[in-house]
Structures are given as C-alpha cells and as structure tokens.
Ligand binder design. Structure first.
Ligand SMILES: C[S@@+](CC[C@H](N)C(=O)[O-])C[C@H]1O[C@@H](n2cnc3c(N)ncnc32)[C@H](O)[C@@H]1O
Length: 301
C-alpha cells in the first residue's frame, strides 16, 4: 500500500509528503472501479453504473492530489479500514451531484403556496407546535430557502392564517453543501438561477461580491447533515417532505426503503414532493397521487 494512514490529519489530508511515481491521471482498473462503486453504494446509496471511470477520476483528482494519495486503490485501502470519517466524508462530498436552483420546476412551490398551506392552515387551527417541512436532500440550501420564501408570500397574502410557527429542516449527506446552506451566501451565478429580480431585491442583501439571504427567510430554516440511508427518527414528524431529485441515484430497494421511512416521518395526511422524473408507483403504495393544476404531489394514505 502506497499510503500510511497514521499520517492523515483530522481533515483527511496528509501531514507529510510522500514521493510516488504514480499519476492521479492513470487509468482506473476494472477491479478498483468495482471496489469504489461498492464503497460509494454502501456509504451513500449512490449507484454509479457502468463506464463512469472518467467521473471518478475527475471528481477525485484534486482530493487525490491534496492527500498526496495517487491511486484509487490506495485511497480505498484507507477508506475501507473504516476509521477515516473525515476522508470518507470528503470522498462522498466529491461524488455527490449538488446541482440545484431556486424554485426548481416552479410547480411544487406554487402547489405549496396555493393548495397545501391554505389547507393546513385550516386543518392545524387550534393545534400546538410548529408546521414542519423537511427538505430531505437540500444541497446548498436553495430548495429550503425557496420553501421559506413561499411561506413568507403565503403569510403576506393571508396574515395570521397560520397560527403556529413554521419550521423548515434542510438535510443533506454533503458536508460542504450543508456548510454553504447554513451560511446562506450565494454568488452571482447561483443567484441568477431561478430568482426573479423582485425576489433578489426583497430577500437578499449584498455581502461583498455575493448575496446573503435575509434573516426574515433564514430564521425559520435550519440545516444538518443526514445520510438518507440512516435513521430519520431524531428529526421528528413533518407535515410536508420535499425529497426531490435524489431518489434517481439509488437502487429500487433503497428507493422503497426511503419512501417507507418517509411515510413514517409524515403526520397523518402529510404531503410528499418528489422530482418530476421520480415516479413513485413501483416503490411505494403508501401515498395517493394528487393531481393539482400545476403538477403532482403525493399524500400519505
Ligand atoms: C441533485 S441534488 C438535488 C437538490 C434539491 N433537492 C433539488 O431538487 O434541487 C441531490 C442532492 O442529494 C444529496 N444526496 C445524495 N445522496 C444522499 C444521501 N444518501 N443522503 C442524503 N443526501 C444525499 C446530494 O449531496 C445532493 O446535494
């Protein structure tokens, strides 16, 4: 093994340089690729499929350079010894696709504002505790903050219609994504993806060359790391779950398992939003499909 794990620092980087003759650009063998796919699926549920060696090489290049670790095989030796949580987390960060934008697909946020919040405001009248919404693969925070902006707009239209607070919980497996989500600071490119000029003016303030989400929107959202393969019980029960554009990365068994545990995380009659290309029929029979004018949402039976 071309690696001494004793020299890894807490952040997963190597404390001392080692000379090596192997380039990070070298081809990945079929055996190493299979081993890496197994590691990734076990740790995150993500299935890479065939012929994605180029993706592994591109995504891990800078990590391999930074750790002075030059081969996938040596990296796997370290990961498989089971004690390198920081390095493991860096590898998962590198392999997740955090693609997201504000008000993605628009319709879930319209259904939320125009159908679900009015319904829940009647149903929950007189009940204690906040109305709770979970953004279950929140990436860098755009989805959870778009939910919070939608809640704000609903409350502006119908003041006092939600007697209780609204609590939005954003979770993701990617530590780096969750750090940015907690900061709530976005560059110009990120801001331009899905935000109207009015939303930009109303809900963001300048922070150097970037923009920061305003406290009015941020204060009802909290973020934490969570792997969807692990237990959700500490999160409590929700009225609404957004689990969008993440199930596509998982096997059919993992999809079924996640949907069944999400069903148990919803309050009776709670709602579930999935991505546009994520049909539920083959994986769960615990939800009714509700067709709204703008699109589809699922309700716990
Ligand atoms: C394509 S993004 C979708 C973000 C957002 N939901 C949206 O629709 O715009 C997928 C997210 O799922 C996260 N993810 C992948 N596997 C996960 C897992 N096992 N547990 C939690 N999050 C995961 C990734 O880190 C990434 O941020």
């Amino acid at each position: 093994m071309a690696f001494n794990s004793e020299t890894l620092t807490a952040s997963g980087t190597l404390a001392s340089a080692r000379s090596t003759t192997v380039s990070p650009d070298q081809e990945i063998s079929a055996a190493d690729y299979a081993r890496f796919c197994t590691f990734l699926e076990k740790s995150s549920g993500i299935i890479l499929g065939q012929n994605k060696e180029y993706l592994v090489k591109n995504r891990l290049r800078s990590l391999l350079e930074e750790t002075r670790e030059k081969t996938l095989s040596a990296l796997l030796d370290v990961l498989e010894n089971g004690h390198q949580n920081a390095l493991r987390s860096r590898v998962i960060d590198a392999m997740t696709t955090n693609e997201t934008l504000w008000f993605r697909d628009i319709y879930p946020f319209e259904i939320l504002k125009e159908t679900i919040l009015p319904e829940l405001s009647d149903k929950l009248r007189g009940q204690h505790g906040p109305l709770r919404i979970w953004s279950a693969a929140s990436s860098t925070g755009q989805e959870a903050y778009s939910i919070s902006i939608s809640v704000n707009e609903f409350l502006n239209q119908s003041p006092g219609s939600l007697p209780q607070n609204v609590e939005i919980v954003g979770t993701d497996i990617s530590q780096a994504a969750i750090e940015q989500a907690k900061e709530g600071v976005y560059d110009e490119y990120e801001i331009l993806r899905g935000l109207s000029e009015q939303h930009q003016r109303q809900y963001f303030e300048q922070d150097g060359p970037k923009r920061r989400i305003v406290t009015e929107i941020k204060q009802r959202v909290r973020f934490q790391e969570l792997n969807l393969l692990q237990s959700y019980s500490l999160l409590g029960q929700f009225d609404i779950i957004f689990c969008r554009n993440v199930l596509i990365y998982f096997s059919n068994e993992v999809k079924s398992d996640i949907l069944s545990r999400m069903a148990r995380s919803l309050k009776p009659g709670g709602y579930l939003f999935l991505g546009g290309s994520e049909p539920i029929a083959n994986y769960s029979d615990e939800f009714d499909m509700i067709r709204c004018q703008q699109g589809v949402v699922y309700r716990l039976k």
